[in-house]
Design a protein around this ligand. Structure first.
Ligand code: HAM
Length: 414
């Protein structure tokens, strides 16, 4: 019989990877909650139209990468390729704007995109992200950028570069598109295949092309920041000023455009050179038009999402391992009940305690403790049981002492 495997582009997360994953999402929740964000959990699938209308039919995500299916009730549904559209759908559906003037959500979970799998790029991947709805101040942009950056720093990730840009509102972008098309038209035969077809409909994507030839051709392209109106320029200056105040170093990258249609004004990415081709750890920006697009509400918003698997690749060993703190060995069937009661007391006290499930020799138990990599072992024989005691062995210090359960808990929780 052929053994079934996980589907191409998907991954099981277990063992030390699961410890890393938990560490990342727990740290992110702490950081987000410190900034006043609360959790939102939206469904894994939504009506297909939400993503078509929200992300844009011309984007790669919608036109090539969605997992769309018809359910038994003939509805067209799609596994969410990202979180923003669904958060906005929920916010509008529950009329949160009528209850609060500023709403801050964070989320974590699986997203699905039919992309070509490679290191750091999967078909099912996990994101952690935030969406702040109801505030147009540039201070919000800077604060959210700083929050994501500080989270990555807290996770021990170094050598990050924050790239920021402003793509303005619809009017200045329309003006810029024309300027850019004029610049690209004489170069069209030299552009890569993708860009040669998209430069007229979606010229901004050419700025983002990874093809070395296209990169070279656009070195002297007109800059979008030159097409911004006074208000948009002032907003961008405000973002930069507050990034300085929050101590975040950044680079203005005028070729930075994002792959989703809902952005306006500030866009940004946090990149690393340690992940090869998939160097973007986190991306986001302002999407003031999305709430109008989906619900006729002029409500400004800003957010980001980061790839958890990419963060996992960057944190190395910098996470608390899920190794137990103590291994409990018991010698002789008659000690089993006492040993399991000890394990229960330790666990109730918050100590990660592992215990042998079957009666083993001292040698086999010590071998197991060594394999687990624990710092302490508890040994329980009939003498310890009769006296309500245990032997606590400290591996690193090569010491051991006979203690009561409470004394052992005190040592282990120190
Ligand atoms: P995005 O740039 O499409 O933005 O994705 C954000 C992050 O998700 C990327 O920087 C990357 O780390 C990770 N990611 C994307 N695709 C994959 C993949 N196939 N495999 C592994 N990781 C991946 C968004 O999704 C927006 N919703 C962000 C946002 C929130 N903008 C405003 N609010």
């Amino acid at each position: 019989m052929k053994l079934l495997k996980a589907v191409r582009g998907t991954k099981d997360i277990f063992g030390e990877d699961a410890a890393k994953y938990n560490y990342i999402v727990n740290t992110a929740s702490e950081v987000f909650e410190a900034y006043g964000y609360s959790m939102i959990k939206t469904p894994i699938f939504e009506e297909t139209n939400l993503f078509k209308r929200g992300i844009g039919e011309g984007t790669d995500v919608v036109s090539k990468e969605m997992y769309t299916f018809t359910d038994r009730g003939e509805r067209s549904l799609t596994l969410r390729p990202e979180g923003t559209a669904a958060v906005v759908r929920s916010y509008l559906e529950h009329k949160i704007y009528g209850k609060e003037d500023f709403t801050k959500y964070y989320y974590m979970g699986s997203m699905f995109r039919y992309e070509r799998p490679q290191a750091g790029r999967q078909r099912e991947f996990n994101q952690l992200g935030v969406e702040a709805l109801g505030e147009s101040s540039p201070v919000l942009d800077a604060e959210v950028i700083a929050m994501g950056y500080k989270l990555l720093e807290k996770l021990g990730i170094t050598d990050l570069e924050v790239n920021i840009n402003s793509i303005g509102g619809n009017d200045s972008r329309t003006k810029y598109r024309e300027t850019l098309i004029d610049f690209l038209t004489p170069l069209k035969d030299e552009l890569c295949e993708d860009c040669a077809t998209r430069y007229e409909n979606n010229p901004l994507r050419v700025l983002d092309c990874k093809n070395p030839k296209c990169k070279e051709l656009i070195t002297d392209s007109p800059k979008i920041t030159d097409s911004l109106d006074e208000q948009e320029k002032a907003h961008f200056e405000g973002v930069k000023k507050y990034l300085d105040i929050f101590g975040v170093k950044y680079v203005v990258n005028s070729n930075l455009v994002r792959g989703l249609d809902y952005y306006s004004s500030t866009v940004y990415e946090i990149v690393t050179n340690k992940l090869g081709a998939q160097g973007t750890v986190l991306g986001g920006g302002r999407y003031d038009g999305l709430l109008t697009q989906l619900g006729n509400k002029e409500i400004p918003a800003f957010g980001f999402a980061a790839g958890i698997e990419r963060i996992m690749m960057l944190i190395g060993d910098n996470y608390p391992s899920n190794t137990p703190e103590v291994h409990i060995a018991w010698l002789g069937e008659e000690t089993a009940e006492y040993a399991f009661a000890v394990a229960d007391r330790l666990r109730t006290a918050g100590i990660k305690a592992n215990i042998e499930f079957v009666n083993k020799s001292m040698k086999a138990s010590m071998k197991k403790a060594d394999k687990l990599g624990v710092d302490y072992t508890i040994i329980i024989g009939s003498e310890e049981m009769e006296n309500g005691r245990l032997v606590l062995k400290n591996f690193a210090e090569r010491t051991q002492e006979t203690l009561t359960i409470d004394e052992a808990i005190a040592v282990l929780t120190k």
